[in-house]
Design a protein around this ligand. Sequence first.
Ligand code: NAP
Length: 503
Amino acid sequence: MTNISEGSTGFDRAYNMRTRPISVAIIGAGAGGMCMAIKLREAGITDFTIFEKAASVGGTWRDNTYPGSGCDVPSFLYSYSFEPKFDWTHHYAKQPEIEAYFKHVAEKYELLPHIRFNSEIESATFDETTGKWNITTTSGETHSAHILVSGTGQLNRPAYPDIPGMEAFKGTVFHSARWNHDYDLTGKRVAVIGSGASAIQFVPEIVPKVQHLALFQRTPNWVVPKQDNKYSETAKSLFRQFPILARLHRAMIYLTLERNWLAFRRPGSFFNNAFRKAAMGEIETYIKDPAMRARLTPDYAPGCKRVLISNDWYPAIARPNVELITDGIKAITADGVENADGTQHDVDAIIYATGFESTTFLAPMKVTGLKGLDLNEAWAGGAEAHRGVAVAGFPNFFMLYGPNTNLGHNSIIFMIEAQVRYILKLIEGLSNARISYLDVRPEIMKAFNKELQDDISKTVWASGCNSWYRTEEGKITNNWSGSTLRFWWEMREPDFDEYRLVG
Ligand code: NAP
């Protein structure tokens, strides 16, 4: 193997050499994996296979079917720029409409023949001699490809709390991301553990039907009003006839959300305080009891945890059949949940709305790079990547919605499209040259992350709260600290000098 970039000006030297066929394995048929596949084919790379652990496409929008599930990013922006939908029913679409959109994309772009459903990747190992990834599924199937792209994202594995006695409960138990639709909650006594983005959507839906709801809140959230509206038939028809209007609408949404980035740059800033004011207004409008108001008021800056949007959360929890419990959980018992003060709450069902295993990214998959390097071991101090997509020592491996590419203010689909463009250019470079692999230089990745973490340390996310953006040790592994415009700009073209080109 020769390192062809040594002593050269970088990729230019290798470019224009013989083109060779390239194969790509993609993990996950969600928003990221499907976008990658579509763009690969557009670039003439047709040898790609998507491995999907479930039986259908849509990722998080297939899994999160709880009542009221929907996206808190407006749909005109939470959709691919190259596949606009002109007839979204609402500004903020609900899960069935979003899942249907991704199914439509899979069919329209003829991705289904490329997808291996019910195929969960167990391990992937890079073979330096062939320049290929050898992949094994949990059922023992094997596959190899030059390029491995992970589209598993940050929020695909439900997180369960570690509370003593959990296995002792005799009633029904499920996680919000694996909703049990066979269980009728009507007239039941229900405990909901967690009060984050998922809980604030399904609690208002189930409160009217349950007999009693015990809501276990560990930390309150900042919740601001949701400016939702139905699109009229006239608006939909205008969007269809004049797609430019839909584009303009999308651009306006993008710019409005991008402005919110300023709110999360600095705690206590003008825009940050605007969120605080809006959220306090909601609490004061709907919650009359001062003690309850105090329990619902966060003691950290808005944005440190994701700011939530809802018009029905506070009205729901102000209802007489809801009990807000904030003094901690001591144990789960056979009959329910025991408070820190020893009060027993007997319930028929427990719903864990406790979020996702967000900071471990590709775990439990075993990804092995050069010289037997294990990805989970390489990430022992907290996941990190170069520009969110590449990890030193793991050649020809790229991630979508990987470390430090999450946002608190704008659409992940926008970020994914920028990552796909960048990865595609790397793959095209590899394909157009006689290169076996490219591997980001460790010192480049380190310098990128040093600068990123320095910047993150000044943001609202580091201002003093626990969130799914950070590891237990306090490293913020999930969020991008810049604007999405800056991300897009920096991802326009890969700098091949940042990579070792080996062939
Ligand atoms: P989440 O925001 O991480 O909320 C998890 C909740 O569970 C928190 O209230 C957390 O309390 C609580 N919790 C966790 N472990 C606990 C324990 N041991 N004891 C008591 N409480 C515990 O998770 P999520 O609501 O599923 O949302 C995660 C992310 O998914 C969102 O931020 C968003 O990005 C995405 N999402 C989006 C939407 C949408 O678009 N509308 C909907 C759902 C999810 P603490 O706060 O104290 O940790």
